[in-house]
Design a protein around this ligand. Structure first.
Ligand code: AMP
Length: 457
């Protein structure tokens, strides 16, 4: 009776209960460990983002997690929640005021200027994946350290760039089995936005007494942000507020119409949402958020991805005007959705297990281990264990296809026992022939083999 091949198992996830020892060190609030069982999901995201971005001509950039705090105050904006309330800022040992990066666009713009990318062929297309930090109130899907993937296109103001960015993000979500919808708006530019903001201010001023305290402040500093407020009264009042799409100048209107047309050509459906204003100062023209299909209206917690055009940002940092656009997607929120949608990432099992009995067997296995590893075979072992049973238990748990066993008899005969872990059939092979035999078997099983789905969370 052939043995059933067990599913490879991974250690428990972050949520498995464990016994707490009094006084043991604990995670900081809002932080999260990414445990081995989570890794297949992270690998799947990283691989799809890499394939999508690289395949579309984007090159990877990684910037330091620490930047001068002024980079973000000058770009994201001093008055924004991200900078004013959420940024981790401190004075380092040299007396410099530094910040843990809350986002990457500003750093990409800094790097673009600092490394002379302005003189490279334009546009410069960059992608990234890394951790970001915001000292916000932690809750489901909101962490203080979280990961984002992102795309930035610098040096091109054409609306087709806006549409292509959205299209690429949507295709990342689709590939990962998370259906999404796009909510889009235009914020105009410095020609048309000030006039609109004046009208908006006049509108909210007449209803100021009904606004919450936060929105009363927003009215002074950035009335557009009132659209972000979740307080019922503020939400209701903002429903009837003038909408920016009715106040765009000809150039911005043309840009917006073309962006939407290109999205249509790319078969990306979208909803116009005048409430999408994004919480950052640097946006101009197109702004968008991507939410789960059928999910609630885009809000700070439910958005999977957000982005837009930032044509004035590089000028704010001291350059000439360089049009640019980008987006960022949250990895943790995406993985939550992948779990909900039962996405099964593939787990690559090791190829071989080396089992030994007795000291001479252990030493011979060590040699063979080195040979097989240098040939690129994924070989695992439990060399510190003595009995065969506990070793084969490990082999089973890891889901290997074959175990090579060297015990006292094999040492005497200069042979190796090859055990097929799926059906339990064992075969004696001459030690000198074991490498070609292993290669032959593995080549065969790769041609027949199917990727193994990861065990549940
Ligand atoms: P934002 O730059 O705020 O638009 O963020 C882009 C994306 O990053 C959001 O749509 C979320 O998916 C994710 N994100 C932003 N802040 C957090 C956070 N505190 N925790 C987890 N994910 C976040």
């Amino acid at each position: 009776m052939p043995n059933q091949k067990p599913e490879p198992t991974l250690p428990p996830t972050a949520d498995a209960p464990s016994e707490k020892i009094k006084g043991q060190p604990q995670l900081l609030r809002g932080m999260k460990d990414i445990l081995p069982a989570d890794q297949p999901y992270w690998d799947a995201v990283a691989s799809i983002v890499d394939k999508t971005a690289t395949g579309a001509g984007f090159a990877r950039i990684e910037t330091p997690v620490l930047e001068a705090a002024s980079l973000f105050t000058r770009s994201v904006g001093q008055e924004t929640d991200i900078v004013e309330k959420e940024m981790y800022v401190f004075v380092d040992k040299s007396g410099d005021r530094v910040a843990l990066r809350p986002e990457l666009t500003a750093a990409a713009a800094r790097a673009y200027l600092e490394h002379g990318m302005i003189s490279w062929p334009q546009p410069v297309k960059l992608w990234y994946l890394g951790p970001f930090f915001r000292h916000d109130r932690p809750q489901a899907g909101r962490f203080r350290q979280f990961w984002q993937f992102g795309l930035e296109v610098l040096g091109d103001g054409h609306p087709v760039i806006d549409a292509m960015l959205i299209y690429l993000a949507v295709s990342i979500y689709r590939t990962l089995n998370v259906p999404v919808e796009v909510q889009i708006n235009s914020l105009g530019d410095r020609a048309c936005r000030p006039g609109y903001v004046r009208q908006l201010t006049d509108y909210f001023k007449t209803r100021k007494h009904q606004l919450c305290e936060d929105c009363k402040r927003r009215l002074q500093r950035n009335p557009l942000r009132i659209f972000d407020c979740k307080v019922t009264d503020c939400y209701t009042i903002s429903q009837d507020a003038p909408q920016i799409v009715d106040h765009l100048c000809e150039a911005c209107k043309d840009h917006f119409v073309h962006t939407l047309e290109y999205l249509g050509e790319l078969e990306v459906s979208y909803t116009l949402n005048p409430r999408i204003v994004r919480g950052l100062d640097y946006y101009t023209r197109t702004v968008f958020e991507i939410v789960e299909e059928g999910g609630s209206e885009a809000s700070t917690q439910s958005a999977l991805c957000g982005g837009g055009r930032y044509d004035d940002l590089l000028e704010q940092l001291g350059s000439r005007q360089v049009p640019a656009a980008g987006l960022a997607g949250g990895v943790e929120r995406l993985i939550i959705k992948m779990h909900e949608r039962q996405f099964a990432p593939t787990v690559v099992s090791p190829d071989l297990f080396l089992a030994q009995l007795g000291e001479p067997g252990r030493k011979k296995c060590l040699k063979l281990y080195d040979v097989l590893r240098s040939m690129g075979v994924k070989v695992v072992e439990a060399f510190s264990k003595d009995g065969l049973k506990p070793q084969l238990e490990v082999a089973n748990r890891l889901g290997v296809k074959y175990a090579l066993i060297i015990g006292q008899k094999e040492i005497m005969d200069d042979t190796v026992l090859i055990r097929d872990m799926e059906n339990g059939i064992q075969e004696v092979v001459d030690f000198k022939k074991v490498v070609p035999e292993v290669q032959k078997r593995l080549a065969k099983s790769t041609t027949n083999g199917q990727p193994t789905p990861a065990p549940g969370p």
